[in-house]
Design a protein around this ligand. Structure first.
Ligand code: PLP
Length: 272
């Protein structure tokens, strides 16, 4: 296995990071993650744009252009013979004398095996555990997921797939996915305090007329259907929030339509 580290493609086992990198000691770094299908990176341009934007917003120096990153990724896919999997790009904050000011960080690009949730979850839907929380620098894909990692034990104990963040009565997103609701045929999704997901963007293209607006927690509970979206889950139906069933507690027809439309869109994208 090869990865990109130390400014070149090297055997993955040779990648390393300095223990004083503020990515480690302060949790200050950014990343992005996309999939490959049939040797093609899916929606790569969007992921690269978001990665570059995250670097700018966090004042991290990314010494590679969008085109250079793309070339490295294509080379990596070829060297690792990567048909279907995930690729992570990670930029650390760098070694900093005062342990605070970002310096030239290290860029890593490496591939990972990918497991989607089991088929049953797409058929029956999942439960989210509501929790009052907001991600403060929500639209930056920082490496800091301390809160959900810490919290994951609790949601697993509660039989939930993940959390649902809400604050002051309004919902935002799940720990690694965006959320949509459907009521009387209207599809809606929040826009504030979220990471603007690439899968969310695809759903907005597929569904057209999605209302992008604040959604109260109460409105979610009264919805006919709900689903979350992410790179590693695609469109995953939500049939329960806390102890409350969403709609009739089954995967709804509108969600099903979007799931198949998304599958087709992906297939097309991996062939071009
Ligand atoms: N929201 C958060 C906080 C995330 O971490 C992610 C993905 O990891 C998403 C939403 C979904 O984004 P995408 O569809 O680009 O995977």
């Amino acid at each position: 296995q090869f990865c990109f580290a130390k400014d070149q493609i090297i055997p993955a086992a040779e990648a390393s990071i300095h223990p004083m990198d503020i990515g480690l000691i302060r949790g200050y770094g950014i990343f992005d993650f996309f999939r490959t299908s049939n040797y093609a990176p899916l929606f790569l341009s969007d992921y690269l744009d978001r990665f570059i934007r995250s670097a700018e917003k966090t004042h991290l120096t990314l010494n590679y252009s969008k085109e250079e990153l793309k070339q490295i990724i294509l080379e990596l896919i070829e060297k690792n013979n990567l048909s279907d999997g995930g690729i992570r790009m990670l930029l650390s904050g760098g070694v900093s004398e005062n342990h605070f000011s970002p310096t030239d960080g290290s860029l890593f690009i490496f591939n990972e095996d990918l497991d989607f949730p089991p088929k049953e979850k797409y058929e029956a839907g999942i439960k989210l555990l509501p929790i009052e929380h907001v991600r403060y620098i929500a639209d930056i894909k920082t490496t800091n997921y301390a809160f959900p990692v810490w919290h994951s034990k609790i949601w697993k104990q509660e039989g939930a797939e993940d959390v649902l963040y809400h604050m002051n009565g309004y919902i935002s997103e799940s720990s690694r996915s965006n959320i949509f609701i459907i009521k009387n045929g209207e599809i809606a999704t929040p826009d504030k305090h979220i990471l603007h997901g690439i899968t969310r963007k695809r759903v907005l293209e597929l569904a057209k007329n999605v209302a992008i607006r604040p959604i109260s927690y109460e409105e979610l509970l009264q919805a006919d259907e709900a689903f979350i979206t992410s790179t590693t889950k695609k469109i995953l139906p939500v049939t329960k929030v806390g102890e409350k069933a969403i709609g009739i507690g089954k995967v709804g027809p509108e969600t099903q339509k979007l799931m198949s439309a998304f599958a087709k869109m992906e297939q097309k994208s991996s062939q071009t």
